[in-house]
Design a protein around this ligand. Structure first.
Ligand code: GDP
Length: 424
């Protein structure tokens, strides 16, 4: 059984919380793309945790967690993230955490290049999280990266480092006029933070294939949503990797395996971090009310998120890109603050109404067409079945289901592990 849990929207849909919930029925949780540029927040009986790199199954004692080859790993960040979790009393051992020897290392100079470029762009900045993700993926495709498996051969790393640093300095020092990067410092950094994971690095392709042959079940955990996918998303305001479910077996390292099903995590309203077109955006008092009710501030960066009503064209497109079989609707409780709930049902592009999600300039020029549906105006966080929900909340779920033409199976009504209901 191979299940992908992926985002339908711009990210921050609550994927981490759904993986934490659903992973109880699975043996392994595997991350397949991205780095520490986004964060999952998970609240469970052990406390509240922000996970940037570690798969969300790390919070369950008997789940094995795989960091796949499609990931980019800042080992210094991972070092501190692991420390935070172990300090909270959760044990992390090589039996429970397996890091792909093919995963790419995100070096300090990648972070530096990200910052230098954002600063150079000034007002035209991309809204990068400044964690080095675009530069490290660029180097991966330039074939000038260090990979986690290289840490097991430090002599070779030391031999290759000067040539890579010479090349990096052409841009960092020669172009941006920043101080020269020192090869020795980079080696020291890898020795300090990278070697701490020596015992966790392995051939995760072999591990996962063997596990599946032995009947184990795997969840693929995505970071960010469909609309941030490098190919399908709102390019160039996308992430630098493929976030969609079709990439999950590749990024995890087992491309010969087919997904059994894909659960799309879709938020009951919209939120978006950073720059780029966000057609359904709500401003002023209405936006502030939604942002506060939903606590929409970035888990990785603390930045206030942009918010809007549920976006039908964007969500339908996200469901298509993910090939989602069923939907988990999250944060429905947040909409209790509205007497009538705004929903962006269509876009107006160059004077013409459409329910398609456009790309490029058409998306930039799109204007939202809003419809208002009745709210329920009361706390629903205690509801544990569809029938316990107020009629208006039931109607909202059915309305969304019809608009996006996909089955909503799970509804989450609070951040806690048990704050959800299943619609059979
Ligand atoms: P992810 O990256 O997709 O996992 O999403 P984030 O962790 O960035 O954002 C989801 C946030 O919403 C977290 O703080 C969760 O604890 C919280 N959350 C998840 N589901 C619900 C829900 O149903 N209701 C409420 N109120 N909060 C939720």
């Amino acid at each position: 059984m191979l299940t992908a849990i992926v985002g339908i929207n711009w990210g921050d849909e609550g994927k981490g919380r759904m993986v934490d919930l659903l992973s109880k029925d699975f043996d392994i949780v595997a991350r397949y793309q991205g780095g520490n540029n986004a964060g999952h927040t998970v609240v469970n009986d052990k406390g509240k945790f922000i996970l940037n790199l570690l798969p969300s199954g790390i919070l369950r004692d008997d789940t094995v967690n795989v960091m796949g080859q499609g990931m980019v790993i800042d080992v210094e960040h991972l070092y501190h993230e692991v420390k935070r979790i172990t300090d909270a009393g959760i044990e992390i051992t090589p039996d429970r955490l397996k890091i792909s020897d093919r995963a790419t290392i995100c070096m300090p100079y990648h972070k530096q290049m990200d910052c230098l470029e954002e600063d150079r762009l000034g007002d035209a900045k991309f809204g990068s999280t400044r964690r080095g993700i675009a530069p490290v993926y660029a180097d991966k495709y330039m074939k000038k990266s260090f990979r986690m498996g290289d840490l097991l051969h430090m002599d070779d790393v030391k031999r290759r480092m000067p040539a890579i640093i010479e090349w990096k300095n052409l841009t960092v020092h020669g172009g941006y006029k920043a101080d020269e990067i020192e090869a020795e410092e980079m080696i020291k950094w890898l020795e300090t933070y990278g070697l701490a994971f020596k015992d966790y690095i392995c051939d995760t392709t072999e591990y996962l294939n063997n596990a599946l042959d032995n009947g184990k079940t795997v969840i693929f955990e995505a970071q960010l949503g469909a609309l941030r996918d490098i190919d399908f998303g709102i390019y160039p305001y996308t992430s630098s990797s493929n976030t969609i479910a079709a990439y999950a077996p590749i990024g995890a390292g087992i491309p010969g395996r087919k997904l059994s099903n894909t659960i799309g995590i879709m938020k009951a309203y919209s939120s978006c971090v950073g720059e780029g077109p966000f057609t359904c955006e709500m401003f002023g008092e209405e936006g502030d009310k939604l942002r506060t009710a939903g606590a929409e501030f970035g888990a990785a960066t603390g930045r206030p998120r942009r918010v809007g009503g549920f976006d039908v064209p964007a969500s339908k497109f996200g469901i298509m890109a993910q090939g989602a079989d069923e939907i988990a609707l999250t944060k429905l409780d947040v909409l209790s603050c509205f007497e009538s709930i705004p929903v962006c049902v269509k876009y107006e592009v160059n004077g013409v109404e459409t329910d398609k999600f456009p790309s490029g300039e058409d998306l930039v020029n799109a204007k939202p067409v809003y419809e208002y549906v009745p709210g329920w105006g009361c706390d629903i966080s205690g509801c544990r079945s569809f029938s316990e929900l107020p009629k208006a909340a039931q109607d909202y779920i059915i309305y969304l289901q019809e608009k996006v033409n996909a089955k909503i199976k799970y509804v989450s009504v609070g951040p806690g592990r048990d704050e959800y209901l299943v619609i059979e």
